[in-house]
Design a protein around this ligand. Structure first.
Ligand code: SAH
Length: 383
């Protein structure tokens, strides 16, 4: 545990770190109590696994660009429910190198006489900067998200950025003209490098693209996946489904200990990455399908297929009835549910425990120190 607790002067305005006012130890206690309150009815809740150094853990940083009242370029986060940008220069959770790069982009905009994009008027240029960094590989991706396609002096801008930060391995432009709160638009152009980065996780290598989901806390991801694998109890004979598989990380991790793995994921970019990742790691007993997880599972259930273990890692909204009902039909021996929202986890556990499953283990892992977010991995067994 870190001895000196750090504080952020922007905590109130930014709102990203809701637990800033608590020491890290108190934060962990708070999360433990929340888990027991929400999930204690199912089984004993293991002690939350926290971080030794709970700062600058985020490998993905995005900053919105705007102007302050005096016309200075600022970048940071949107104040809750508004278009107003709170200027952020450094952040206790974000990678420090990423914050430095974003600062450089602010200065470059000024010297290239480019303006932040204003979604209300449709004028200006730069909306966001997204930086992704492989902590182990050292590779860095910078995505310049612009409101318009034309990029004046594109070449020299990118060169200046690379000159200031030779450690950047790829630069992309993403065009997002929409009146939307989504950061990334659909159009993407690689301006430098391969357009992707790679990162090591355990013994595996993963390719990360701009738009696909990748876990944002690499240190704790290893802890989380290790637990998920332990709970899965694989012997090498099982057919495993990795549902909501993203870029295939959990499934590829599990493949070495299973007979075969079937990954399913809605986001096409993530599926393409997942297939690449399987090749990259020379994993041959895994297949990926681009589909809604619920529909896919329903299809499998109708076809009379079987699975021994289902690993599932749905988004905050949790799973849906189609998925859970088909899960019952497929009737795997074990279900390992990775959840980033204990409220929807609770809802789904209520359904599964009424329908033939018993919750055996609940392990909270602190993936998002200083924020209120709670991640759990949970083992269910067929009764
Ligand atoms: N297991 C992965 C990703 C988890 S995030 C990892 O650990 O990295 C949740 C994933 O669910 C995202 O990749 C998202 O694109 C995907 N997703 C969201 N809704 C879905 C649905 N209805 N069907 C399949 N995948 C979905």
């Amino acid at each position: 545990m870190e001895k000196s607790e750090k504080r952020c002067p922007l905590a109130k305005k930014c709102g990203g770190c809701q637990l800033q006012n608590l020491s890290y130890e108190k934060q962990l206690q708070y999360k433990q109590v929340q888990c027991i309150r929400l999930l204690g009815q199912f089984c004993r809740v293991e002690e939350i696994l926290g971080m030794e150094h709970p700062y600058h853990y985020r490998n993905k940083v995005q900053a919105a660009f705007s102007e302050d009242r005096r016309g200075n370029i600022i970048s940071g986060v949107y104040q809750a429910a508004s278009h107003r940008v709170v200027a952020v220069e450094t952040c206790l959770t974000e990678d420090e190198k990423a914050d430095e790069i974003i600062g450089t982009v602010r200065r470059l905009l000024k010297s290239f006489k480019l303006k932040p994009y204003n979604p209300d008027t449709g004028r200006g240029f730069l909306r966001h900067v997204l930086v992704k960094r492989g902590f182990k590989s050292g590779q860095i991706m910078v995505v310049l998200v612009t409101g318009v396609r034309e990029f004046p002096k594109k070449r020299s801008f990118v060169n200046a950025l690379l000159h200031a930060h030779p450690e950047i391995t790829t630069v992309l432009q993403n065009v997002n003209p929409g009146r939307t709160s989504m950061v990334l638009g659909a159009q993407e152009e690689v301006l430098f490098g391969p357009g992707k980065i790679e990162e090591q996780l355990g013994d595996c290598v993963f390719r990360i693209s701009a738009r696909a989901f990748y876990q944002i806390n690499p240190a704790q991801t290893e802890v989380l996946y290790q637990k998920a694998l332990e709970f899965a109890g694989l012997t090498g004979r099982e057919t495993v489904i990795d549902a909501y598989c993203g870029t295939g990380t959990i499934g590829i991790f599990a493949a070495g200990r299973a007979k075969q793995v079937i990954g399913v994921e809605l986001n096409g970019d993530a599926v393409a990455d997942a297939r690449e990742n399987a090749k990259l790691n020379d994993v041959q007993n895994i297949r990926f399908f681009k589909a809604d997880a619920g529909e896919f599972m329903t299809g499998m259930a109708k076809a009379g297929e079987k699975a021994d273990v289902v690993l599932m890692d749905p988004p905050r909204a949790g799973s849906d009835r189609a998925f859970l009902s088909s899960l019952l039909t497929l009737s795997p021996k074990r279900v390992v549910y990775v959840s980033c929202n204990p409220e929807t986890l609770r809802r789904d556990l209520v359904f599964l425990s009424k329908n033939g499953y018993r919750v055996r283990k609940i392990q909270p892992v602190d993936m998002f120190p200083h924020t209120k977010h709670i991640e759990c991995v949970c083992l269910l067994e067929r009764r």
